[in-house]
Design a binder for this molecule. Structure first.
Ligand SMILES: [Zn+2]
Ligand SMILES: [Zn+2]
Length: 86
Protein backbone atom coordinates (compact mmCIF):
# COMPACT_ATOMS: atom_id res chain seq x y z
CA UNK A 1 0.00 0.00 0.00
CA UNK A 2 1.38 3.34 -1.01
CA UNK A 3 0.60 6.61 0.72
CA UNK A 4 2.15 8.62 -2.07
CA UNK A 5 0.10 11.06 -4.11
CA UNK A 6 1.35 11.10 -7.65
CA UNK A 7 0.82 13.80 -10.22
CA UNK A 8 -1.08 12.29 -13.16
CA UNK A 9 0.47 14.67 -15.62
CA UNK A 10 2.45 12.84 -18.33
CA UNK A 11 6.08 13.88 -18.18
CA UNK A 12 5.84 15.20 -14.60
CA UNK A 13 5.11 12.35 -12.15
CA UNK A 14 6.04 14.25 -9.04
CA UNK A 15 5.19 12.46 -5.82
CA UNK A 16 3.73 14.12 -2.72
CA UNK A 17 3.14 12.94 0.83
CA UNK A 18 0.00 15.00 1.38
CA UNK A 19 -3.11 15.25 -0.82
CA UNK A 20 -3.16 19.00 -0.19
CA UNK A 21 0.35 19.26 -1.67
CA UNK A 22 -0.81 17.39 -4.76
CA UNK A 23 -3.84 19.67 -5.08
CA UNK A 24 -1.61 22.75 -4.87
CA UNK A 25 0.69 21.19 -7.44
CA UNK A 26 -2.20 20.53 -9.84
CA UNK A 27 -3.25 24.18 -9.44
CA UNK A 28 0.32 25.10 -10.36
CA UNK A 29 -0.02 22.94 -13.49
CA UNK A 30 -3.26 24.68 -14.45
CA UNK A 31 -1.50 28.04 -14.31
CA UNK A 32 1.33 26.69 -16.44
CA UNK A 33 -1.03 25.16 -18.99
CA UNK A 34 -1.81 28.68 -20.20
CA UNK A 35 1.48 28.72 -22.13
CA UNK A 36 2.12 25.34 -23.73
CA UNK A 37 4.87 24.87 -26.27
CA UNK A 38 3.23 24.07 -29.61
CA UNK A 39 6.35 22.46 -31.03
CA UNK A 40 5.60 18.86 -32.11
CA UNK A 41 6.80 16.39 -29.49
CA UNK A 42 7.74 19.04 -26.89
CA UNK A 43 4.65 19.95 -24.78
CA UNK A 44 6.62 21.94 -22.19
CA UNK A 45 4.62 24.44 -20.14
CA UNK A 46 5.53 27.90 -18.90
CA UNK A 47 4.17 30.45 -16.44
CA UNK A 48 4.47 33.43 -18.75
CA UNK A 49 4.31 33.98 -22.47
CA UNK A 50 7.76 35.62 -22.35
CA UNK A 51 9.39 32.46 -21.05
CA UNK A 52 7.53 30.42 -23.67
CA UNK A 53 8.74 32.76 -26.43
CA UNK A 54 12.33 32.40 -25.17
CA UNK A 55 11.89 28.64 -25.20
CA UNK A 56 10.42 28.69 -28.73
CA UNK A 57 13.56 30.51 -29.90
CA UNK A 58 15.63 27.45 -28.97
CA UNK A 59 13.39 25.41 -31.30
CA UNK A 60 13.54 28.02 -34.04
CA UNK A 61 17.33 28.01 -33.81
CA UNK A 62 17.31 24.33 -34.76
CA UNK A 63 14.95 24.85 -37.71
CA UNK A 64 16.88 27.41 -39.88
CA UNK A 65 19.98 25.23 -39.64
CA UNK A 66 18.18 22.29 -41.22
CA UNK A 67 16.49 24.57 -43.75
CA UNK A 68 19.81 26.09 -44.86
CA UNK A 69 21.17 22.57 -45.40
CA UNK A 70 18.16 21.79 -47.57
CA UNK A 71 18.56 25.09 -49.43
CA UNK A 72 22.21 24.26 -50.17
CA UNK A 73 21.22 20.86 -51.50
CA UNK A 74 18.52 22.48 -53.64
CA UNK A 75 20.97 25.04 -55.04
CA UNK A 76 23.52 22.33 -55.83
CA UNK A 77 20.96 20.22 -57.69
CA UNK A 78 19.57 23.22 -59.59
CA UNK A 79 23.12 24.16 -60.66
CA UNK A 80 23.74 20.67 -61.99
CA UNK A 81 20.52 20.96 -63.98
CA UNK A 82 22.25 23.37 -66.35
CA UNK A 83 21.58 26.68 -64.58
CA UNK A 84 24.73 28.84 -64.64
CA UNK A 85 24.78 32.56 -63.71
CA UNK A 86 27.28 33.41 -66.52
ZN1 LIG B 1 2.86 17.53 -11.98
ZN1 LIG C 1 9.22 23.33 -26.73
Amino acid sequence: MSLDFKCQDPGCRQVFKMPSQLRAHIRWHKRHEAHVCSWPGCKLRFTTNGILEKHMKTHNREKPFRLSCLAKLFLQTSHSNGFSPL
